[in-house]
Design a protein around this ligand. Structure first.
Ligand SMILES: Nc1nc2c(ncn2[C@@H]2O[C@H](COP(=O)(O)OP(=O)(O)OP(=O)(O)O)[C@@H](O)[C@H]2O)c(=O)[nH]1
Ligand SMILES: [Mg+2]
Length: 433
């Protein structure tokens, strides 16, 4: 089985837009024909897509970079450059995407959700687009807009139907091995399971059930003790919690103490987990108070007896040593899930739209008399191929004016003669606009 990695970083880089072309038609007997430079193509986007085909984030540990293709430059004869191809990055269902400051970007909680992590740069317009009555031979074109690039933190929260929750060493992994084909490590010491195991349980007449065996919880887990919240988050999305209480007496706390402490820990981690539907399973019944049930006994009836004995509400009892109650447990889980399937998911997918960087601009002062204007839109406005061309410069100033840059500069206290830097362009403010 592939290594389970549930945290990783991703660097998404969209494609640059292609540049518009500067070109003139060649005609017989005409020195310079009309402008015919075509537009550049848009750069490709980077998309994240939640897929059931991927089960861990390990691919990002090895190689965090995902890059989309650049747009192709425009050509002569109004030839439009091809757009760069998008890249679709598959991530496991349940992947939560955050920026490096921890801000939630998107929660890909369901299969086949798509989220654009980086948008490709727009292609530049060719000089043919700058033709006008007053401008017969524009000798400049727009540059392509650069792509975006971001780092993200990816965090996987397993999306199992049922989470097995219990103290260390109570037999969670043994149970998952008994009811599914999963073969997790089983051993007689606490914290054998260090990463969650998933098993698929098949029950006649119902859909496949995904069960997660979560590393042992202890008192204080919600505060970070033991393996702490690192694994509690894998419980969040499960519609059903199976609390496994050890009845062998070898664990230390009594079954009731185990139940109280588990309830407390999951509730302290996330209050809504306190009301999540649950099944309470008594494990290792073969080791319990010397009373080994007959294979023919009804595990629910036996559970009632033990419930009274331990003063704890057990739904069912099991033994993975004798297999007592394990088939019935699978059926019970399937039945409860069939009921829950008719209800809305406990945690709905959240999509937070990243504020687009292209809206608005920022002005910062570098030193006296120097103003730096930054932002996608303004940088695009000055992205013309020839900034010595007087017509091109006129167009740039008109664009900046329309974006409100001069108005803001005035408000910022810019005076005639001050220097303004935008992208690769620097010019003297004339104080008038
Ligand atoms: N007799 C008996 N032993 C069991 C039963 N279930 C589990 N065990 C034993 O209990 C020990 C712990 O079992 P695991 O399945 O590894 O327990 P766990 O809850 O996954 O433990 P951690 O991963 O360490 O939290 C192993 O030695 C198992 O063989 C049972 O029903 N009867
Ligand atoms: Mg285990």
């Amino acid at each position: 089985m592939a290594e389970f990695v549930d945290r990783a970083q991703l660097h998404a880089r969209s494609g640059d837009g292609g540049a518009g072309a500067v070109s003139f038609r060649r005609e017989a007997f005409v020195d310079k024909g009309g402008p015919d430079g075509g537009d550049g193509g848009d750069g490709g986007d980077v998309w994240l897509v939640s897929s059931v085909n991927v089960s861990s984030l390990i691919g990002f540990r090895d190689q965090p970079f995902r890059r989309a293709e650049d747009g192709v430059h425009g050509g002569s004869k109004k030839k439009i450059g091809h757009c760069g191809k998008d890249v679709e990055v598959e991530v496991p269902v349940g992947t939560v995407v955050r920026d490096l400051d921890g801000g939630l970007m998107v929660d890909l909680a369901e299969p086949n959700l798509r989220w654009r992590a980086a948008e490709g740069g727009h292609g530049g317009k060719g000089n043919a687009r700058f033709l006008s009555n007053s401008r017969r031979a524009p000798a400049f074109a727009e540059q392509g807009e650069p792509g975006e690039d971001f780092w993200f933190n990816l965090e996987l929260k397993l999306a199992a139907d049922v989470a097995l929750v219990g103290y260390p060493n109570v037999g969670k992994s043994s149970l998952i091995a008994a009811i599914s084909r999963a073969r997790p490590k089983i051993a007689d010491y606490p914290f054998t399971t260090l990463i969650p195991n998933l098993g698929v349980v098949q029950v006649d007449g119902s859909r496949d059930i995904v069960v997660a065996d979560v590393p042992g919880l202890i008192e204080g887990a919600a505060d970070g003790k033991g393996l702490g919240h690192e694994f509690l988050r894998h419980i969040e999305r499960s519609r059903l919690l199976a609390f496994i209480l050890d009845l062998s007496g070898a664990v230390g706390p009594t079954p009731l103490e185990q139940l109280e402490s588990l309830s407390h820990e999951v509730g302290a981690y996330l209050p809504e987990l306190a009301t999540r539907p649950r099944v309470i399973v008594g494990s290792k019944i073969d080791l319990s108070i010397g009373l080994n049930p007959d294979p023919g006994d009804d595990p629910y009836e036996v559970a009632k007896m033990f419930s009274e004995y331990y003063s704890v509400p057990l739904d069912i009892v099991t033994s993975t040593a004798t297999r007592f109650g394990t088939v019935e447990l699978s059926k019970r889980l399937a039945m409860l899930l069939a009921e829950l399937d008719t209800k809305p998911a406990p945690i709905a997918p959240k999509i937070v739209l990243r504020p687009t960087a292209s809206l608005g601009f920022e002005i910062s002062g570098q030193s006296d008399g120097v103003f730096i204007v930054s932002g996608r839109e303004v940088e695009r406005a000055v992205g013309l191929s020839d900034l010595n061309d007087p017509v091109a410069i006129q167009i740039v100033h008109d664009r900046l004016d329309r974006l409100g840059v001069y108005k803001s500069l005035r408000r910022f206290g810019a005076k005639a003669g001050d220097e303004v830097i935008i992208g690769g362009m620097s010019f003297e403010y004339d104080g008038e606009r």
